[in-house]
Design a protein around this ligand. Structure first.
Ligand code: HEM
Length: 357
């Protein structure tokens, strides 16, 4: 082959020949509908690649410090794409509801519900089968597997099966977190469990005091109005913090201690990148939720409260998926943090300096 052209390098003739829909003569509105969907699926493809790269950097028994920025880099790219995906629904919304009705019957019962790449994305992030929302008793993955009449049905099902055998970003993040030194102590060090438990107990006592002080300050400022309600609310908040900081399982205690530790002492050189990594994961989850929310509002604006083309309750189903949280601990930790002047005194500080620093 001679010098490559732009169109050969990008396979443009093939790419631009895939918008025929079902009958090779889509109306301009249907072409719009197809191109917007295809664009999303291309972005999903890139998101999946970046997620796997991020996961692979983290899913090793020891993550060298210099690898953490790579994880942040790949997840940062995912976030930039998802932000774009959220905004891109504005393009879809230029399709007036009545114009969609002109060709909607033709595509039924196909639906974004069958986006196997979105399912892969959910699986790779760490959404477990028990937590996935079913509609009318149908599990979305089983639904895709049942499409055996489709020429590519088998290959699609095989892709999903293969993805389900992979480890998730959630598992990689939690395992990596659990190995964070707490007050200088690492898993396997003598007395590590006691150091972790002492740190959590001390942190909890301080949060309890901080929240009670905040409640009393509010009571004073409000001249005693609603003081019983305020104290009851503070009491409930403290119980929530107790549940988070003092869970039953030792594995949970170590991971949560790590979260609190990283957020609290992020000025330590070796905690700066881990803290950025966690923030990037929170942003990823936030962007996924915004994506779901924006899609649901776009759908509501276009089809109202109709049954979805895939047969679900439509917008009602989409709104239920807003409850998905794959990294709930990364959100909960924010409720439990202390201001700097109330933090437990640090020990083992030298462990968190740069090598040679
Ligand atoms: C006129 C435009 C659109 C409407 C009215 C619409 C409506 C819906 C509805 C009602 C569902 C629920 C399942 C069902 O069909 O019963 C759904 C699912 C879905 N749609 Fe759309 N959609 C539109 C455009 C898009 C676009 C542009 C994307 C691009 C990615 C998309 C991606 C998805 C995905 C991934 C799901 C599955 C969501 C989940 O199960 O969590 N949709 N859509």
């Amino acid at each position: 082959m001679g010098a490559p052209t732009y169109w050969d390098y990008l396979h443009l003739p093939e790419l631009l020949n895939c918008q025929g829909g079902l009958d090779d003569a889509p109306s301009p509105d249907e072409l719009h509908f197809i191109i917007v969907h295809q664009t999303y699926e291309l972005w999903f493809k890139l998101v999946l690649t970046q997620l796997r790269l991020a996961r692979d950097h983290l899913a090793v028994p020891h993550v060298p410090e210099e690898r953490v920025p790579f994880v942040v880099h790949h997840l940062g790219r995912v976030n930039a794409i998802l932000r774009l995906c959220v905004d891109q629904f504005a393009v879809m919304e230029t399709l007036p509801p009545q114009d969609f009705l002109d060709f909607r019957d033709k595509l039924m019962p196909s639906s974004g519900f069958q986006s196997f790449q979105l399912r892969e994305l959910e699986i790779l992030l760490g959404l477990t089968p028990e937590r996935r929302i079913k509609y009318a008793g149908t599990d979305p993955i089983e639904h895709i597997r049942s499409q055996t009449h489709s020429p590519s049905g088998k290959a699609v099902a095989a892709r999903l099966d293969a993805t389900m055998r992979e480890s998730s970003l959630r598992d990689a993040v939690v395992n990596w977190l659990s190995r964070t030194p707490i007050m200088g102590s690492s898993p396997g060090d003598p007395g590590d469990a006691e150091v972790v438990d002492r740190f959590l107990a001390d942190y909890f006592a301080r949060v309890e005091q901080h929240q009670r002080d905040g409640g009393e300050q509010l009571v004073t400022v409000l001249n005693g109005a609603d003081e019983d309600k305020i104290r009851a609310r503070v009491g409930m908040a403290i119980e929530g913090v107790r549940g988070f900081l003092l869970p039953e399982s030792a594995a949970d205690r170590r991971a949560r201690a790590a979260l609190v530790f990283i957020e609290s002492y992020r000025h330590l050189p070796l905690l700066a990148w881990p803290r950025l990594l966690l923030d990037t994961v929170v942003e990823l989850e936030e962007q996924m939720l915004l994506f779901r929310h924006r899609h649901a509002r776009m759908a509501e604006r276009t089809i109202g409260r109709r049954v979805g083309s895939g047969g679900s309750s439509g917008v009602e189903y989409l709104d239920q998926t807003l409850a998905y949280r794959i990294f709930p601990e990364l959100w909960s930790v924010r409720t439990c943090l202390l201001p700097r002047d109330r933090l437990p005194p640090l020990s083992g500080e030298e462990k968190y300096r740069f090598a040679g620093g």
